[in-house]
Design a protein around this ligand. Structure first.
Ligand SMILES: [Zn+2]
Length: 312
């Protein structure tokens, strides 16, 4: 396997591994959709590879790539559950405390580590303080600060950056998103290609492209058509991408604001749109009407600015 981007983290890990100075707990953190999970897998492959370079040829690599290496264990919050549960953390700690069956090494890849609850974090802490020989814990998380400081301070922190434009396109091209939508996908990904993997679904990608056309200028948009689109698609299209499209289309106008009043009205309307996906999720708002209200707010902010300018 390979990983696109994140060279600095890979190099740091491999250097330490080859020097026999690998820290037993790594914390890979950064924005969602930049490939942290893939990176963790890639590092784990290095760890179980007989030549320590993820050669792809040795027995360790073969078992790893087949997903059947007995000394590799993965853990993530259960489907539909908010927390990484204490029993899951205990299971991986027990696994790390065993001696490996293939070698002296065992590795755990823990996704969404920032979703472990206090109990789970306390259980983990002990094992970070007294690691079993040969054990490696690779934790992946988006929100580093949600992890207790006691955990953070006992791990090797590995910040993972969003991908650059070329890397983003390279990832998107390997996913098989239709050529017709790949440029829109690249813009929306904004360095985090995982955000737009949903555009592998042609119908969804087409709906987003249509949305971009409908909402590119809120001041003159056909509100009836926007409303009809919302009725058809608001349940299937990711809200974050919907909001992102509208915000991106109007953000340049902030720079052209000719008065503070105009700037503020626009800024408030765009900020409200940026918050909308989270608000819908947190407060179970009805998505279509709440979006439409914000869109009309944006329209009004743009039109007011327009009439102000006409008066001047
Ligand atoms: Zn190998």
């Amino acid at each position: 396997m390979s990983v696109i981007g994140h060279d600095a983290v890979v190099q740091r890990f491999v250097r330490a591994l080859q020097a026999g100075q690998l820290h037993h707990g790594w914390l890979l953190y950064g924005r969602q959709g930049i490939g942290k999970h893939t990176l963790a897998l890639y590092l784990a492959q290095h760890y179980v590879c007989e030549s320590r370079q993820a050669c792809g040829q040795c027995h360790g690599c073969h078992m790893f790539l087949a997903g059947s290496h007995p000394d590799v264990c993965r853990c993530a919050p259960r489907e539909g559950k908010r927390d990484l549960a204490i029993d899951q953390v205990r299971t991986v700690l027990d696994f790390l405390a065993l001696s490996g069956s293939e070698s002296e090494r065992r590795v755990v890849i823990m996704d969404d580590a920032d979703r472990m609850n206090m109990q789970a974090a306390n259980a983990l802490l002990k094992s970070l303080e007294e690691p079993a020989p040969g054990s490696l814990l690779l934790m992946v998380c988006h929100d580093l600060m949600r992890l207790p400081a006691t955990i953070r301070s006992r791990c090797m922190l590995a910040p993972c950056m969003p991908l650059n434009e070329a890397q983003t396109m390279q990832v998107l091209q390997t996913t098989g998103i239709s050529d017709a939508y790949i440029s829109l996908a690249g813009q929306l990904a904004d360095g985090c290609p995982g955000r737009v993997f949903c555009m592998l679904d042609d119908a969804l990608a087409e709906a987003l492209a249509e949305w971009q056309q409908l909402t590119c200028d809120a001041a003159v948009a056909d509100v009836g058509a926007v409303e009809a689109w919302l009725r058809r698609h608001v349940r299937t299209v990711p809200h974050a991408l919907m909001a992102e499209i509208v915000i991106r289309a109007h953000q340049p106008q902030l720079g052209q604001a000719q008065s503070f009043v105009r700037y503020r009205a626009l800024d408030e309307a765009l900020t409200a749109l940026a918050r909308w996906p989270g608000e819908v999720a947190r407060h179970s708002l009805r998505a279509a009407p709440s979006f439409l209200a914000l869109f009309l707010g944006l329209r009004q902010a743009l039109r007011q600015a327009e009439s102000l300018r006409n008066v001047q």
